[in-house]
Design a protein around this ligand. Sequence first.
Ligand code: NAD
Length: 496
Amino acid sequence: MSTGTDAASTSEATSPSAYRMLIGEDWVDAVSGETIEVITPVDRTRVIGTVPRARAQDADRAVAAARAAQPGWAALPFTERQRALLRIADDLEDVVEELAALTALDTGNAIRTQARPEAQLLVRAFRYFAGLAGEVKGVTLPVGADELSLTRRLPVGVVAGILPWNSPLMIAAFKVPAALVTGNAVVLKAAEDAPTTILELAAVCARHLPAGVLGVLTGYGPEVGQALVEHPGVDKVSFTGSTATGAGVAATAGERLAQVSLELGGKSPCIVFPDADTDDVVEQVLLATRFARQGQSCTSGSRLFLHEDIHDSFLEKLVAKVSQLRVGDPREESTDIGCIINQRQWDRVQSFIDEGLATEGVRVAYDGRERLTVGEPGFYHAPMILTQVDNGWRIAREEIFGPVLSVLRWREQDEVVAMANDSHYGLAAFVFARDVGMALGTAQRIESGWVQVNQGGAQQVGQSYGGMKGSGQGRELSLEGMLEGFTQIQQINARW
Ligand code: NAD
């Protein structure tokens, strides 16, 4: 792989890579010359690279390059954009293992269970959206023999894509190919904690795109992220991150009437009916917990609602499965669960664990710390399952973003639906019942943007992805999301 680095930027590079950002056709440092050290969560003492600390001036340069490039990109026949995306997909596929290895190193996501599937999804997303290039169509209205009423789907213009650290390539896959194929230029802001794979993605894209069509900035959110959101040259902000930051981004962008889409946090319910007390459902519930991503997933089914008739037997099976998971170095194939991104997040997860354990009435169903064989200098947390949890407790209301599962009992369907919906979040949900009518009936009552029935990890390229309530607005990853999120309609009425 090749970005504008001074050192080889492979996962095993011994000296830190000095990464640069992509602006126009150049790999550049920040105007200020400042840099940020990127530390691997595998080893808090190891700097794997430095990235430029971009600020407002750098945002100005990237947006100017994007604005200059966008009209020409949009004017190309759609087949040209399609071809560029397909070539990018082919080149990404060639380096998918390197991208996976780098993901493991800079996010801490385990290579087999997470990092590789994330890199593979990126390839699929580029191919999928390339295939949709010809679907950016308008419609005509039959108004009369000497009149035409027609619409065109135009790009929004310059899109700022703001990314989180938990699965950078996957979230970039939701935004970049859809925005590009519809004729937009994109300026990505990589997360400060995990920027390296995004720079490698840009290096591949740059080989097949006109200069300026894709730019990447690195730096801190309140500095360069905020500068992009405020920038009058940015037509749309596509943000993925926490609900608190997203609300601020929406307010700032709203002041200047820029378009915004928000993919935010979650506290997703996972409901198991009494007829679903099976090993297969246990496997799927385990996928839903996102323990394999250390629980650092916005769609984690972190509130498990077990019907009281099967509560104990289901929990016993789940605990047996969880106890077989190996927490370890994310670069090793045998690892199921990698490490937490940084000290701040590790401490935050720990504080939720401490609070949960100290709450009167809680019971510990599983405490993986007893089996944890890895630790410093990496940021490792073992899975923790707490039961007898009340839906009003903070561990059942707040997004922990760690491998902590809160288990709640229920008896009546109305009661569990009410508890599931008693949340300011509404991103994902999971319903397990052998009675499919019961499962689908329940699924339709859940206030979440994505409900899975009898499965826990079924994200498909092409499905509409996004949240309700405090989990966000707008949809990505689908044809509808692409059209709604990255195009605008121009109506033309003509008479002769
Ligand atoms: P975060 O909100 O702290 O940061 C996200 C991004 O926003 C980063 O690139 C950050 O630098 C930037 N940012 C911070 N302040 C900003 C500002 N004032 N203006 C512009 N940009 C700013 O989130 P995080 O800690 O990186 O990620 C974890 C959160 O992301 C969790 O809450 C998780 O649920 C959420 N998330 C949501 C989805 C989804 O699709 N719904 C996916 C992944 C992560």
